[in-house]
Design a protein around this ligand. Structure first.
Ligand code: FE2
Ligand code: FE2
Length: 363
């Protein structure tokens, strides 16, 4: 687990200054596009200098009382740094670029209900982030189309990403926890599912911690996140107990939306629609560099989003696959070794938008 100390390091003073300069101007854009909650995103951090010297904030464009430090600076006597406990497997550039938005057509009534619930969540998110008609993609192909008449603003992206990630970290923890408890009380092996699910939730939380280094939510959004977690955790808890297959399908569809979101974001960064984040000198949070082990020369927002999108594609393929398996007996194919003569060898969830069918990976 990442400690508060490590997270504090994540948004270092130098980065904080740069990130804050980048975010401050579009705080006002957020007002202009009518987000409906002016304090939705606040500047992530203040400069080290302003913290330790006279207390005067160095932001001339932003009201001082809107600024708030995400994590207060607190060094310990002995600990220099706390690294991510769950090491990221890493990706090649080719693997990241090969990820595309995709959609698994619903086959059962359960699939259809799961998909419609995700569509409803997407509609509500679009509404909450103040996305205008011209900012919408082709609504006949909402999960795969990434072209819109008008880009989102950086503030809109931040609200969207923070909300999405705060939700996305819940199902893996619920699924992993319930399978863990099931294994304990039934004295049965789990066949490798728990670790993958817990790692998924950890990975999502790293996405959230990275995003909140770019801009910290204000009281309205924090309240929304709190309420959403309360509802979603309990809904997921009941749903995973009673209908685990449909729950995995639901997460598969949720991850389709995440891949869509990050693909569109990458596209808008590449097109220069988001001038702050398109700037190759924009310094990404240190927590992200440490977690994904992003090499020198690749520490741009575009690259960071490529890493996150690849993670989401992995979750998408894993959950659609798990939804196709026997929940009680089948081993987790993504942590299994295959027989030398098996047709399938190492499954790659990220490149399988619809997931693997059971006969493909279990045989
Ligand atoms: Fe995520
Ligand atoms: Fe995800």
């Amino acid at each position: 687990m990442i400690s508060v100390g490590a997270s504090k390091k994540a948004c270092s003073p130098k980065q904080a200054a740069q990130l804050s300069r980048a975010v401050a101007p579009f705080l006002y854009q957020a007002h202009a596009v009518g987000l409906g909650y002016p304090a939705a995103i606040r500047v992530a951090a203040i400069t080290h200098q302003s913290r330790v010297s006279s207390g005067t904030r160095s932001f001339s464009t932003t009201n001082a009382n809107q600024l708030r430090e995400v994590y207060p600076a607190k060094d310990t006597a002995f600990i220099r740094k706390t690294l991510p406990a769950w090491e990221h497997p890493g990706y090649t550039e080719e693997e990241m670029l090969a990820v595309t938005p995709g959609h698994r057509p619903p086959e059962t009534v359960g699939d259809w209900v799961a998909w419609k619930l995700v569509r409803l969540a997407r509609w509500a998110t679009d509404l909450a982030t103040g996305i205008g008609r011209e900012q919408q993609v082709d609504m006949k192909n909402p999960t795969t189309a990434v072209t819109a008449g008008k880009p989102l603003t950086e503030a809109q992206w931040l609200v969207r990403v923070l909300f999405l990630e705060s939700i996305a970290g819940v199902p893996g923890m619920v699924g992993g926890m319930l399978r863990h408890l099931h294994s304990l009380r039934r004295l049965k092996r789990d066949n490798g599912w728990i670790e993958t699910l817990l790692e998924e939730s950890y990975n999502e939380r790293m996405h959230l911690l990275t995003a909140q280094c770019l801009g910290s939510p204000g009281w309205f959004m924090r309240t929304m996140i709190l309420g959403a977690q309360g509802v979603f955790f309990n809904a997921m808890f009941i749903s995973y107990l009673v209908l685990p297959k449909i729950s995995h399908r639901f997460v598969g569809y949720l991850e389709e939306e995440a891949v869509h979101t990050y693909t569109r974001l990458i596209r808008e960064i590449e097109q220069g629609d988001l001038p702050k984040w398109s700037d190759p000198n924009f310094q990404i949070p240190e927590i992200a560099v440490d977690y994904w082990r992003i090499p020198e020369g690749k520490r741009t927002m575009r690259h960071l989003m490529l890493y996150i999108r690849a993670d989401e594609a992995g979750h998408r393929g894993v959950n659609h696959t798990l939804a196709n398996l026997d929940q009680k007996e089948d081993p987790n194919p993504f942590v299994s070794e295959y027989r030398a003569n098996a047709e399938q060898q190492k499954p790659n969830a990220a490149l399988k938008p619809a997931g693997y069918e059971r006969e493909d990976v279990i045989g």
